[in-house]
Design a protein around this ligand. Structure first.
Ligand code: HEM
Length: 522
């Protein structure tokens, strides 16, 4: 019997004993009152159910991952809701080890270390584990969304979209992203002169960037309507009516917004086709141009409804994530003067204000990239990935019955002290500097090789910010391009002052900041 099981068993023995005692007491009260149709009898029956449940759990959990079960009905929900979400998981990891169960109130297993994530990604490739979104998310994303399809259909859909987000192809978006970023910053600086901006502006900005890269231009009126619909659509992800469309509920409104969004996308595709024939510049160099005119494997292309669901999924996946990363980056840079000064020096040395940006320099700028990697390591925009077992699996002596819910924890893996020995929870961009950089500090890595093992650019499971395996982020290179251009143009041309920052854990992990931009005079 392992230590973990002993701890788990203790919980059920204590609680079982307590429920049994209450059950006996409640029935004896009912008996002395001479009637079994009393409140004490009802409590007695409830306590008997709780007792038998504890007894069953005592045996069932023999080979399940350890963890607390909490109170009847609500389980650990209370602790999860009132406390700091990250501490909730970190404390349980400390107590139970790298693989543990939480009950909030549904029970899920958390995998938190590199090798466990690797195992999960392998099982997913073999089809033993599948992505598992709540039913409301499945419905709002749509039946043909990349995140909703599996196996061969998923592989084909990804294969179709992937080329337009490949490292080589995203270079085509550099020009339009650069222009859009510069115009946006100019606008923010004008607005900043009269009031402080909240990082909410990043949301519209992230959409604008995507539309600019997708269509080569942005229709402002359409963008604002789209942004409002998009917000209503996102709100439907969490709804008390589930997937039942009760008029006026969040889910109902979200589905109505989804229909409007798909109509808009339909209209945009028609218009794009009319204005940009095959072979034209925008047909060749935009996401939409490639999607509309390209063919997938064996000449097969997604039909219009697959294309629309695919695009909506891509917009969704890249929206709050990019927004979150921008908010967290400016928060950390406002508080880390060494990082900020090093970034300024690097930008001044590498990039000119008056010419376009060079992709190779953006990709290899050591401080810029170290800051981006470290920002997302301490504040991963996506905290975890949900999965479900398709069959019973056994891993590290733990049994995962069929249909078990598993989350691979990006935040715990990215702050795992085994991989990140030096102050794993703190922001220190020097961690990711190349060894020959003047600010590189060898004491950050206990072993000489550790820096090579943890290489964010490789996207290994020790830096799982963009997920891993067959569902690794499709837009990783696009997101990195956006972040690099944003930070270079911001610090090159403006003084940034961040007034305060509040941490938002869910649904997306970010720092919400209030900030002002002041145009540099030199
Ligand atoms: C900093 C920004 C971003 C982060 C941190 C991020 C992170 C992630 C993560 C962790 C996953 C895997 C989810 C899972 O395993 O369940 C994922 C999937 C995905 N991402 Fe991103 N993402 C970012 C930006 C983007 C952008 C800009 C796009 C599109 C332009 C995008 C498109 C996608 C898509 C389509 C998927 C689903 C892939 C599939 O299911 O096969 N992401 N992303």
């Amino acid at each position: 019997m392992s230590f973990s099981y002993y701890e788990v068993a203790q919980e059920h023995v204590w609680k079982g004993g307590f429920y049994l005692a209450l059950c006996v007491y409640a029935f004896s009260c009912a008996q002395s009152s001479g009637s079994f149709l009393t409140w004490s009898a009802i409590v007695g029956v409830f306590m008997a159910i709780c007792f038998f449940q504890e007894l069953a759990l005592l045996f069932q959990r023999r080979h399940l991952p350890p963890g607390r079960y909490g109170l009847p009905l609500i389980r650990e929900l209370l602790w999860f809701v009132i406390g700091n979400k990250m501490d909730f998981f970190a404390e349980r990891k400390k107590k139970w080890g790298a693989i543990f169960n939480v009950s909030i109130p549904f029970t899920a297993t958390i995998l938190s270390e590199q090798e466990d994530l690797q195992w999960l990604f392998q099982m997913e490739r073999k089809g033993f584990i599948k992505i598992s979104w709540p039913a409301t998310v499945v419905a709002t994303l749509g039946p043909n969304a990349i995140a909703n399809v599996f196996g061969e259909q998923h592989r084909r859909l990804r294969a179709f979209f992937q080329p337009w987000f490949s490292p080589a192809f995203v270079e085509n978006y550099l020009g339009v992203i650069d222009v859009t970023v510069q115009e946006e910053l100019k606008e923010w600086a004008t607005l900043s002169s009269s009031s402080t901006l909240s990082s909410d502006v990043f949301k519209l900005f992230a959409l604008r960037l995507f539309f600019a890269a997708s269509f080569g231009k942005v229709d402002e009126q359409m963008l604002i309507t789209f942004h409002d619909d998009f917000k209503t659509w996102l709100d439907g992800f969490i709804s008390i009516t589930g997937t039942v469309r009760v008029p006026g509920t969040r889910f109902d409104q979200a589905m109505a917004a989804r229909e409007r969004i798909l109509t808009t996308i339909d209209h945009l595709i028609d218009q794009f086709e009319k204005e940009n024939p095959e072979g034209s510049d925008l047909a060749e160099n935009t996401v939409l141009g490639r999607c509309v005119y390209a063919s997938g494997e064996d000449g097969l292309c997604p039909d219009r409804s697959q294309l629309k669901d695919g695009l909506l999924n891509i917009i969704f996946a890249g929206h709050d994530t990019t927004t979150g990363a921008m908010g967290s980056a400016i928060y950390h840079l406002a508080h880390q003067s060494v990082a900020r000064d090093a970034l300024l020096e690097e930008i001044n040395n590498l990039f000119s204000k008056s010419t376009g940006l060079d992709m190779e320099k953006l990709k290899s700028a050591p401080v810029l990239n170290a800051i981006i990697w470290e920002t997302m390591r301490v504040d991963p925009p996506v905290l975890a990935g949900p999965r479900r077992t398709e069959q019973e699996l056994v891993y590290k002596n733990f049994r995962f019955p069929m249909n078990s819910l598993i989350f691979y924890s990006i935040s715990l893996a990215a702050t795992d002290p085994n991989a990140y020995e030096h102050r794993p929870l703190e922001f220190d961009f020097r961690r990711f500097l190349p060894k020959d950089h003047k600010l590189y500090d060898p004491t950050i890595w206990n072993h000489k090789e550790s820096r090579d093992i943890v290489d964010p650019a490789q996207g290994r499971a020790n830096y799982p910010i963009f997920g891993g395996g067959s569902r690794i982020c499709l837009g990783k290179h696009f997101a990195l391009l956006e972040l690099r251009v944003f930070l270079v143009r911001l610090f090159q041309n403006y003084e940034l002052s961040v007034e305060n920052g509040t941490k938002a854990w869910l649904p997306i992990n970010t720092w919400n900041v209030n900030f002002q931009l002041l145009k540099k005079t030199t």
